[in-house]
Ligand binder design. Sequence first.
Ligand SMILES: [Zn+2]
Length: 926
Amino acid sequence: MHGRSIAKTAATREYSSTSTGLDPSSGSTSTSIGTGTGTSGAHHTSGQLLEWEAKWHARWAAQPNALPSNTGSGSGSALSQSSTTTTKTSHGSGLPLQESSRPAHESSGLTAASSSADSNKRYILAMFPYPSGHLHMGHVRVYTLSDCLARFHAMNGRQVLHPMGWDAFGLPAENAAIERGVAPGEWTIKNIEYMRKQLQRLGMAFDWSKEVTTCAPDYYRWTQWIFLRLLKAGLAYRKNAVVNWDPVDQTVLANEQVDENGRSWRSGAVVEQKLLNQWFFKISAFSNELLEGLDQLAWPESVKQMQRNWIGKSTGASFTFRFASSEQAPLQVFTTRPDTLFGVTFVALAADHPVTQQRLTELGVTLAANTQGLDLKLNVLHPITGKPIPVYYGSYVLSDYGTGAVMGVPAHDERDATFASAMSLPTIPVIIAETGTLENSGEFTGLPAKEAAAAIVAKAETTGSGSIRTEFRLRDWLVSRQRYWGAPIPVIHCPKCEVVPVPEHDLPVVLPTDAKFSGRGGSPLKTVASWMHVNCPSCGGPATRDADTMDTFVDSSWYFARFTDPHNTTAPFDTEAANKAMPTDIYVGGVEHAILHLLYARFLTRFFVKEGLLKKEASEPFQRLLTQGMVQGKTFKSAVSGKYLLPTELDSEQKLELQTGVAPKVVYEKMSKSKYNGVDPQTMIDRYGADVLRIFTLFKAPPEMALEWDENAIAGSRRWVNRVIELVETVRQVPREGTPSSVSDADSEVLDQLVFTTNATIKSITNSFEHTFAFNTAVSDLMKLSNTIKDVPARLHTQPQYTHAVTTVVQLMAPIAPVVASELFERLSHTQQSAASPETARDVFSAGWPVANDMQLKPKTMSLVVQIRGKVRLTLKLPARLVEDHSALKSAVLADAQVQKLLANAKLTGSESFVAPRGNLINFVQ
Ligand SMILES: [Zn+2]
């Protein structure tokens, strides 16, 4: 995904050509692609892991259908449309098509059970990446999280959909074309090929048979189709509007793409205002449902609150200000402060308000970029007093909020006060700060503000000059972009028929390959005359195409639905297929998408529901959201100059700055080229193996927190892998006999403790994967269990409890470290085949997820009530394991000296007794 946080305001361009895609991951690094073997610091066992990886990849490549639940081979999979459809082969553009012929599930190893009940489905989705060229650490983190979840649910027998694709339209490709003369499509395909290999190398179990690429004509054909559906529904429209113009990227931006400092989300440039004719999506028609839908979502509260604030529901009043000397339609003004109505000293209008436009023409004035305000030389009448009020143009008035008109109350609004002072307008205070009651407000003077607000609206209502009203801050989504690398807007402009939709059978409107890029503004598509000039589909006369392309956020607003039926050539997706898989159960991605992407996607999904393309239950596309924190790099700053230091500017221990001899300041910051703190995942994979990298990213920090990358700390993860390998060897090296030898009481205690810890670990890790996503504690719990196992004396290595514990560690680590777990499980199962234990399934992923034995989660000791002929005589403490074995329990009770004495006194032999079903009471009778 395209992911620069709008909260970050560094106005640098350094990211523009590398990783500005709709990236799910906050951390980005710009280090070059490392393919070296990274011998420095290599551990002696890394070679073994790399060998296992190669074996694993060879195995899964040879078994393309290793993911039976998701291959869609017509076997009735719950989540896949059996797609025998043929893919369009060419649109003459040379762009990538959906590569349905690619073997599914290379290097996956994901296996699910055969149940197809809908309640058993899990749609696990990670935000798809922008193909910037290579993976960065943020990608490693986000996809490791989703992969763990997908593998966990598959091991639990659920139908898992875990797809991957590419958010492939966007500016970096176009900038590459401008800077290096590479065709955007070519550049993009090359990057996709490389990054796909990297993801596979990381052992990600993506269902590659469902891969989608948004810049492929067979994808954007449907993006265009959705545009036309919105147009037909009256939810796509064109208007002249003052829009945000990015002078660096030479394109307009949506409001969501401008940060609070007025800078572009992408280029960081200060955004300018321009009046242009642009396409909008009417997201505002969904304001209320987008707001209310948030309540039901299992999202981080902070993300929900950001959306609530962005949608910005406010309740207030609308007042009618009639013109003093004309018949013109009155001005409607929205305010959240009706209590201040008597303090109005002016009304200010937005630049594109019709009255502003009309008066500017009449007065023969044009607005300069820096015009703060202008007297329009008109008067309106106060809704209650009838007093004349002057009307101004005010640059601070937003055209889309309320009605584009503001009642100016300088005494009680800061912006109004600034404006009034600049325009020398009077100020009338109407609320006494100390008492909160009204002054200078006619009959309302003396009332508390809240009461006054209601009374003033009620009064205005009686004369038809006011009413209660709700307004939203959310404005319509501006989707036109004056750039090349996006989905062309599928309309034709005809001098006679005006805007004519491209007929559905003519979709896709394919991008021409011979556009000229200058980066100097204007839509590059305008330079391709043969593409621009077409016949009007309606009258047949000469007409032109729309030269703009769609905001790339349109592409990413529906890809999750396409994943459910990616090769459909007759619709964006089959409703039945989408209804089975949607909504996604867990969505993993960066918090920087809290507003932009997540809001747009919710909007389009609701539109699909309205159009009958999706079931109502799927109105919210993302049920649960896991937002992962940034990956930060270790940064060295000179304590003397404050400059960022290169590793070569430090001594070998990184303790001193060579030039000054002073210790540098060490901080963790977002990885960036200019801070010399980037870490290339490829180098890390080559050095430690993919599994160790995966373990480390999960272990180092909870998913939602920042991860401070510290290569020295990887050693701990590596050591743990080594420990598990050693434990498996202890199982393999002991001779296997038919029945284990009997053990002493002390050993029996040790084994009990082992069983207890094993079961407790199963329970806590299951809970982490299923509910809390506390993967860091899951890894540490596994490390603890490994330590407990390591402490078990060698004489007990033949015991089934020991084998079970070791096998459990391997199974529980499978979602986290699939290659290692796979190899070790295979070794264990070879060892145990003769023993015919239930753990002999050869593949760790088809063996299923271990289930905790609740009985073995009970306390180690139990209290047993001893009765003699129905009377309570004694309470004994006994090992809890006896609860299950009543004859052993009885033997233990009879061995007790006090019991023997009681029985002798009662003249009982002890042969007749009754044990309560729960094993907590024994009654001696007869
Ligand atoms: Zn026409």
